[in-house]
Design a binder for this molecule. Structure first.
Ligand code: ROI
Length: 168
């Protein structure tokens, strides 16, 4: 398929987080004009933000899509809603968080959407899954993901093995 390579970060720390992520991957694979290229392993990570909340499960997927960045954002937000997203508190627990991390080599700063995701360089739970998917990946400014990963704060990532299957 022609299209743009995009990377989506997945996170959950409520209501069986691994199953939330596995269902989200299925929903992402079913998006219109989009194909799933690869899915990263899932990781357990300590929460960034308030510590009085459960650990997160995080992962990432690589898709190729003919949707525009904003169309893709709309689809991600629809999946979050359909999967019962709850976000009661800023930087608090949530059932499903889907972040558009990279959209090709685009740099966007729009009211609804900043790409690359502004927190990407600070979050090992995003950088490590990206590295698993594409070891040579760079940001649009040329910064290698591998270098950012080596320099970013430690959230005690623990890889969940094997990737949970059969969430339904
Ligand atoms: N912390 C971790 N470890 N993983 C997340 O996905 C995550 N998402 C968030 C906040 C609450 C900032 N902390 C997180 O939105």
């Amino acid at each position: 398929m022609a299209g743009t390579d995009a990377f989506i970060g997945l996170g959950s720390n409520l209501e069986e987080p691994s199953a939330q992520l596995a269902r989200a991957v299925i929903a992402l694979a079913a998006l219109p004009k989009t194909e799933l290229v690869a899915q990263s392993p899932f990781y357990r990570s300590r929460p960034v933000g308030p510590q009085d909340q459960p650990d997160f499960i995080n992962g990432a997927v690589w898709i190729r899509t003919e949707l525009s960045a904003i169309e893709l954002l709309d689809e991600l937000q629809a999946i979050e809603q359909n999967h019962g997203r709850e976000r009661l508190q800023h930087w608090g627990p949530r059932t499903l968080d889907l972040d558009l991390l990279l959209y090709g080599m685009a740099t966007l700063a729009e009211p609804r959407l900043s790409v690359p995701h502004p927190e990407l360089p600070n979050r090992d739970f995003v950088l490590q899954p990206l590295l698993d998917l594409a070891p040579d990946l760079t940001l649009p400014d040329g910064a290698p993901i591998a270098e950012l990963r080596a320099r970013c704060p430690d959230n005690r990532l623990r890889r969940l093995d094997p990737i949970p299957r059969d969430p339904i």
